[in-house]
Design a protein around this ligand. Structure first.
Ligand code: F6R
Length: 259
């Protein structure tokens, strides 16, 4: 794992966006794996600014989002389809016909999960996978005790995840209980992974992910098995890392510059 610790969220966000832009510039038809949530909002705003400045194009890219709530149609304001259109797709040149999320309102959610997994495989799997990190160690909606070789399927959300996401809903009771999520095995097939985590509240789980044992109790720890993972942190999220000096020795200047 490459651990990049930046002084601020803004510098960390710029670093992650530059990794994505560089990949698209190197390989315009990259298959992107995309995430939602608060952390990604900053990344997408940065990518939109880069696109407007003529620095990056999504025109030949394909994207697959990690997850979607079961039961929410694309048009629901809390659906991830809606989030992605609002935060990214409507502001860049991605082909809407190649920007995919699971359909949360599919009549048979399990069949939809299987169809989605097959579509990812047919596209040649994910080239660059962007990930956030849940407070309980989830990636996508792979909650603790998820199989580390799981494929896209239905997961029941934990109370912790439903509470964390309640801020997007009028009534916390409205947060769906189930989601369709790429599996950990699906994510591990990606060529490269860029995971972002910000803030002191993520410091403990960041340390478990990077320095703890590989365990289903912390699904993100499965990334220790992946060949090419970059973890982009702000100072606060790096606060509980025992080997922080070492990471900063290996990448000494990331705290001072955005690259
Ligand atoms: C969302 C997703 C989740 C989030 C995670 C962090 O598509 O897959 O794993 O990335 O819950 O969310 P934030 O950034 O809101 O802390």
């Amino acid at each position: 794992m490459k651990i990049l610790i930046h002084q601020t969220k803004a510098l960390a966000t710029d670093c992650a966006a530059s990794l994505i832009a560089a990949r698209l510039n190197r390989q315009p038809d990259t298959v992107l794996g995309l995430a939602t949530g608060g952390t990604m909002e900053m990344v997408y705003a940065n990518l939109i600014a880069r696109h407007r400045a003529g620095e990056v194009s999504f025109a030949q890219a394909t994207s697959f989002n990690l997850d979607e709530y079961v039961g929410l149609p694309e048009t629901h304001p809390c659906s991830y389809w809606h989030y992605m259109r609002e935060k990214l797709f409507d502001h860049v040149d991605i082909d809407p016909g190649r920007a995919f999320l699971p359909h949360g309102d599919a009549p048979d959610a399990e069949a939809e999960a299987e169809r989605y997994e097959a579509a990812i495989a047919r596209a040649g799997d994910i080239g660059l996978q962007l990930l956030g990190l849940g407070l309980n160690g989830h990636i996508g909606f792979n909650e603790p005790t998820s199989s580390l070789s799981s494929l896209t399927r239905i997961k029941t959300l934990t109370r912790s995840t439903r509470e964390a996401n309640a801020r997007y809903f009028d009534d916390p009771q409205d947060v769906p209980r189930l989601a369709i999520t790429m599996g950990i095995g699906t994510i591990l097939r990606a060529q490269e992974v860029v995971l972002l985590a910000y803030g002191a509240e993520k410091a403990d789980v960041v340390a478990r992910m990077i320095e703890g044992p590989v365990a289903a109790a912390c699904p993100a720890s499965a990334l220790q098995m992946h060949r090419k993972v970059t973890v982009v942190l702000d100072e606060a999220a790096a606060g509980a890392l025992e080997l922080r000096d070492y990471y900063e020795q290996v990448h000494p200047r990331v705290g001072e510059t955005s690259s």
